[in-house]
Design a protein around this ligand. Structure first.
Ligand code: UD1
Length: 371
């Protein structure tokens, strides 16, 4: 008699989730013992923040879209919970798999664990030790509720063990976001983004800023804008503007100033392949993102992270990332230093394109134990 398939609900809500879900969906669809079901919470909904990624990364159309949209943290989290609970109570999947650290991640893990459905967290254990970051709170809660915790780097395992997580729940499998990067490098080479923006390889930098702590406060935002105006005199900078940052720039009255800078090239948020090409051919990347620290490490492009802390320390100890803080003079000093000499880096362990396969293997073993 054929045994029943293992039904896994995979949750994706916001842009950085989509690159993590893509290789997992692929590996699960290829396994005849698993039935993956894709849930899009709708946290990100603009075409260029969501649909583009599904098309480019060949992620199947979500089985369910909860259509949550934006709101305060409580609204967003609660709305996901209400809709996801209804679905899960009706269907009772064997597992709920969440990725990363966005509001959709914590909302769905809370629903599933209260309904006694095992939670799988991919990208567990990362800690910035900064509780002012909403993502840090999401990580701590999600990890506390999870039954299988997949970590991308050694620090993840160490953090979880220190917090008292049972060792047999933790699995060091590598990085699914890097699976996606390696799977798409060849395709990204065909992107025409450099021609479109009239750029030459290594003759420009890339900037991304969207953290609430950096853009929600007018004073801080002004500080970054002035810094970028200073930097673009030395190196043209391409700045794909996140919706949150765009709203803040418009509201704060800085839009005119930003647009007046000749070498600060503002563009809408880019698709995956264009952004990958843009990063890979750049001289350096300036960012406050989490995932970009990891992608630049694999691309061997210097990354200056404009934050006081990182939850991804391996990108500093082994990769090309430099934590430059939030003081403009310090950022500028490091920017000049990197223009003079590039930091070499090596590939962290298991960031080899096979993390999703390891995850599937481990889930199958776990499912057997539970049956
Ligand atoms: C979220 C994640 C963050 C991740 C980031 C990547 C949380 C707590 N934060 O932050 O970890 O790095 O996504 O982008 O989950 N908006 C649009 N269109 C969209 C989505 C958002 O216009 O498709 C606007 C909305 O007005 C919204 C604002 O952007 O208020 C911020 O979106 P939100 O989902 O609240 O958080 P992000 O800043 O994107």
């Amino acid at each position: 008699m054929a045994s029943k398939k293992i039904t896994i609900y995979l949750v994706a809500g916001a842009r950085p989730n989509f690159m993590k879900i893509a290789p997992l969906m692929k590996a699960m669809r290829a396994n005849k013992r698993i039935k993956p079901v894709l849930i899009h919470t709708g946290q990100h909904y603009d075409r260029n923040m969501s649909k583009t990624f599904f098309d480019e990364l060949e992620i199947p159309k979500p089985d369910y879209n909860l259509g949550i949209g934006s709101g305060t943290h409580a609204q967003q989290t609660a709305n996901v919970m209400l809709k996801f609970e209804k679905l899960v109570m009706r269907k009772r999947p064997d597992y709920v798999l969440v990725v990363g650290d966005v509001n959709s991640t914590v909302a769905c893990s809370l629903v599933a664990s209260k309904l006694l459905i095992p939670v799988i967290h991919v990208e567990a254990g990362l800690r910035s030790f900064n509780r002012e970051m909403p993502e840090e709170l999401n990580r701590i809660v999600t990890d506390g509720l999870s039954d299988l915790l997949f970590v991308t780097e050694k620090s993840g395992r160490d953090n979880l063990i220190k917090e008292g997580t049972a060792r047999d729940k933790i699995h060091f499998v590598g990085n699914v976001m890097i699976d996606t990067l390696l799977n798409n490098l060849t395709k990204a080479r065909d992107s025409k983004i450099l021609e479109t923006l009239q750029l030459q390889p290594r003759e420009y930098g890339v900037v991304t800023i969207h953290r609430p702590s950096n853009v929600d406060d007018d004073k801080n935002l002004k500080k970054y804008v002035e810094l970028l105006l200073r930097m673009q005199k030395k190196l043209p900078l391409v700045f794909p503007v996140h919706p949150r940052t765009n709203q803040r720039i418009q509201k704060s009255g800085l839009a005119k100033k930003v647009k007046s800078a000749q070498n600060l090239i503002l563009v809408e948020p880019l698709g995956y392949l264009d952004f990958l090409k843009l990063m890979s051919a750049s001289r350096l990347v300036l960012t406050d993102s989490g995932g970009i620290q990891e992608e630049t490490t694999i691309l061997k492009v210097p990354c200056l992270t404009m934050r006081e802390d990182t939850e991804r320390p391996v990108t500093i100890t082994e990769g090309t990332n430099i934590l430059v803080g939030t003081n403009p003079n310090n950022i500028y000093k490091n920017f000049n230093k990197v223009l003079r000499s590039k930091k070499a880096g090596k590939r962290p362990r298991f960031w080899d394109g096979h993390a999703a396969e390891r995850i599937v293997k481990t889930i199958l073993i776990d499912a057997k134990k539970r049956s």
